[in-house]
Design a protein around this ligand. Structure first.
Ligand SMILES: [Zn+2]
Length: 100
């Protein structure tokens, strides 16, 4: 009668583990799952599908942050213009826009 089936395979100690997508070797003794070093590689792996999605998401966040910064500058300029309109109505001197 066969013995119990192992649910997960762990390679022998000092056996080199490679990324299944790009072949990147991990240090000897790296477990095949649930290790931070594996997750860190996925972020930079050129072949891993989740890594590609993650990089695309990060690029999108970066673009949104740039949009947010431009919109903030527009709001600052508009607030300045509104302030100058109020100054003009009171007959006060106008102020210069911020340096951009
Ligand atoms: Zn890889």
């Amino acid at each position: 009668m066969p013995g119990p089936v192992s649910q997960s395979y762990e390679p022998p100690k000092n056996h080199t583990v490679y990324c299944a997508f790009c072949g990147h070797p991990y240090p000897p003794g790296t477990p095949t799952s649930r290790a931070a070093i594996l997750a860190e590689h996925i972020e930079v792996c050129p072949e891993h599908p989740i890594g590609a999605k993650l990089r695309a998401a990060l690029a999108r966040i970066s673009a949104l942050e740039a949009d947010n910064e431009r919109l903030r500058d527009i709001v600052v300029d508009l607030a300045h213009d509104l302030d100058n309109i109020a100054r003009a109505e009171r007959g006060e001197p106008l102020t210069e826009r911020r340096e951009s």
